[in-house]
Ligand binder design. Structure first.
Ligand SMILES: Cc1cc2nc3c(=O)[nH]c(=O)nc-3n(C[C@H](O)[C@H](O)[C@H](O)COP(=O)(O)OP(=O)(O)OC[C@H]3O[C@@H](n4cnc5c(N)ncnc54)[C@H](O)[C@@H]3O)c2cc1C
Length: 349
């Protein structure tokens, strides 16, 4: 085994590279294949949406990173994996052989010509620039990303004196039932109209059916109804779980020569594990350790998720909503903490 292919410039791959993990592979060619030179950091998407951060501040240049850490970067999409031949095929038709393949390609989103694409993440800036200026911007999905982006877009619109509100449609409580009331109050104060407990269905290219004769028109639509599986695994004939994600065991191993981490995998032992950047970064250490141990033919180590983690949503105007389990706090201190954590993460590259 002397070639490791890293498929996707996702959090789990990049956090390990930034930590210096490549020094453990002195005689191995490491190739990172990702469709864009830039990896955009979703932790700072809300700040970008609101106009606080520039595009340059929220992205990592994979080409520069490859020179700094001595790996090969190929700016292409992987379109197929030939597990038997141990090869990946890219968008230009080239094939690359691997001894070990590590998959960190993130998740996909609901796709329709009416929905603005924000995945892969390099499409985010263009989509959000038009969304935040729209006459009737609507977001479907009351999870962390839906709540945060509605509030960020509302913040941008306040600053730029765009009158109409942002509408957020949620099938259930915002974030979780423990935090719903407080978040509803914040949304109301900050110019986000929330339509709650409604199952949204797309009605052509201009409206959402939210049940019970409720029709919500939109000019610009973001659909953040939860991560969907990338088509690559199914199309390549790899073993997949019931939702199309790549199943891995708690050692993040799919097969003896394929590993994976982040949103694109489901860890068989922890099927309910949330898909977010926090867990993708946490998996990074185990992923890199096990790539090294596989190369050295040593026993692998398991990933053990923490039950709770600190999360901070930006709520606009440099305020943040911090949660830890059922605890929450809303204020400027939370945003300052988030800003410091995000800046430290980006500076690590
Ligand atoms: C608006 C928004 C805000 C969010 N905010 C937060 C937050 O504050 N905190 C948090 O923890 N989570 C947040 N998330 C969730 C977070 O973005 C994801 O869970 C996280 O990015 C997953 O990381 P990953 O490493 O799995 O993949 P990603 O970060 O999505 O990276 C995947 C990489 O693989 C590349 N790729 C895709 N397909 C291919 C292919 N076929 N071949 C090669 N490369 C490919 C992509 O271009 C990309 O570079 C947010 C999500 C959204 C949508």
């Amino acid at each position: 085994m002397n070639t490791i292919i890293l498929a996707g410039g996702g959090h789990a791959h990049l956090a390990g590279i930034a930590d210096g993990s490549l020094r453990h592979f002195p005689h191995t060619e490491v190739i990172l294949i990702s469709p864009s030179r830039y990896q955009y950091y979703s932790g700072m998407f809300s700040g970008f949406t609101e106009g606080i951060y520039s595009e340059e501040q929220i992205r990592i240049d994979l080409s520069v990173l490859s020179q700094k850490h001595g790996f090969t970067f190929i700016e292409e999409e992987i379109t197929a994996i030939d597990e038997a031949a141990k090869e990946v095929i890219t968008s230009s038709g080239r094939s690359f052989s691997y001894g070990l393949l590590s998959l960190d390609i993130g998740s996909a989103q609901a796709s329709s010509p009416s929905i603005l694409p924000i995945k892969p993440n390099y499409s985010f800036p263009e989509a959000i620039r038009s969304f935040r200026e729209g006459d009737q911007p609507v977001i479907v999905g009351g999870g962390a990303s839906g709540v945060e982006l509605s509030l960020a877009a509302a913040g941008y619109r306040r600053l730029n004196e765009i009158g109409s509100p942002v509408t957020l449609i949620s099938g259930g409580p915002l974030l979780s039932s423990a935090h719903n009331q407080k978040l509803l109050q914040i949304c109301q104060q900050k110019g986000v109209t929330v339509i709650q407990n409604k199952k949204a269905r797309l009605l052509g290219s201009e409206a959402i059916d939210a049940g019970e004769d409720t029709r919500i028109p939109f000019s610009h639509l973001l659909w953040l109804g939860g991560p969907e599986a990338p088509s690559l695994f199914k199309n390549s004939g790899l073993r997949i779980d019931g939702n199309g994600f790549l199943p891995v065991d708690e050692r993040l191993m799919h097969s003896p020569s394929i590993f994976g981490a982040g949103d694109c995998v489901s860890i068989t032992r922890y099927p309910e594990l949330p898909k977010n950047g926090v867990y993708a970064v946490r998996q990074s250490k185990v992923l890199w350790e096990n790539l090294k141990r596989t190369a050295e033919k040593r026993e692998l180590v398991p990933f053990q998720p923490q039950r709770r983690f600190l999360a901070i949503l930006s709520t606009g105007g440099k305020a943040g909503f911090l949660t830890y389990g059922r605890f929450h706090y809303h204020g400027k201190t939370a945003w300052n903490l988030k800003h410091a954590i995000d800046r430290r993460y980006m500076n690590s590259f």
